[in-house]
Design a protein around this ligand. Sequence first.
Ligand SMILES: Cc1ncc(COP(=O)(O)O)c(C=O)c1O
Ligand code: FES
Length: 400
Amino acid sequence: MSAVIYLDNNATTQVDPEVVAAILPYLTQYYGNPSSMHSFGGQVGKALKQARNQVASLLGAEESEIIFTSCGTEGNNTAIRAAIAAQPDRKHLITTQVEHACVLNLFKQLEKQGYTVTYLSVNRKGQLDLMELEAAITGSTALVSTMYANNETGTVFPVEQAGAIAKEYGATFHVDAVQVAGKLPLNMKTSTIDLMTISGHKLHAPKGVGALFVRRGFRFRPLLVGGHQERGRRAGTENVAGIVGLGKAAELAQLHLADVATEKKLRDRLEKGLLAISDTELNGDRKNRLPNTTNIGFKYIEGEAILLSLDQYGICASSGSACTSGSLEPSHVLRAMGLPYTILHGSIRFSLSRNTTESDIDLVLEVMPGIVERLRALSPFNNDQAEWLQDREEAVVGAR
Ligand SMILES: Cc1ncc(COP(=O)(O)O)c(C=O)c1O
Ligand code: FES
């Protein structure tokens, strides 16, 4: 396949060549089991220890507070279930409407099992209202679980303030930081977070490995029971190569945190150029946002059509809407933000990484105006209908 312009890094990232180099020996010569008594396995155990140290350092945590998992989904499932088990008498849980499916679907399941769940809303910019959290939380709340930053819009939530509120009521505070690790500095030493999830493939490590931060002293109950791996907190022979890769990726991410500003400059240039196209809008909170993400609504076109056109130039982006997920519903995140129909269906996320170059951005800016013009000319929402839709939206908003 010819070279791609990869602007879908919130979906997954390219494994860093240094990470690949670190992994390889653990797929070839060092194949021992880290739990074995012999020194052949023991040297593999040392590699796990080093990786734990590297991850702990990225999170500003202690080595003993890191549990390796198989992915972000496992980390979130483990954390939420552990929080419930820690306070079995409390039957109320709080999360937000814009979480990843692996959190939302678990909460839906828990509702069926008798828990009451509050799903906090977001405003038009995708921001949380902490007053809503204050109003919902009670002495029966076992857990407040929120993402650190949204995968679709990049909007960053005020997690430390949310954590302080959770603490006041004795609730556990879990944070899904899958989109944040490697993009913003983290320091668990001074944080209100009890449990925090990260996933390797979002920070240039392979897919299928992640980590869960568990604050020291937290009464943790494992999700996977079996052997004594991860000090009894996550049974199953470790994905040694993946874990070594995550460790190396964490070390590199820490080094690269210093040049996130360069990535942000590229993102801002892309965003400014795209917003210069008529009838476009930024989705999300311009100020409190990940440095690598921009989500733009192109009114009156289907996101799916934009993605297919971009694909012809080898440009990878994504739409949080029906087109990519295979369902017929538009993005639950953009819907929760109350975006109008005309934007909901034509929104595209571009997510950059440290590998993104000026010429990647140049190409997108070169081809996008033509794509939009062509699709708008073909659009079922021709101009009359566009005006009609606009009027209808204004009437609906006015009626709210
Ligand atoms: C915010 C968020 N949470 C959780 C996940 C799930 O992570 P994984 O793919 O490692 O299971 C993702 C990945 O798409 C994500 O963006
Ligand atoms: S953008 Fe494809 S269905 Fe709405």
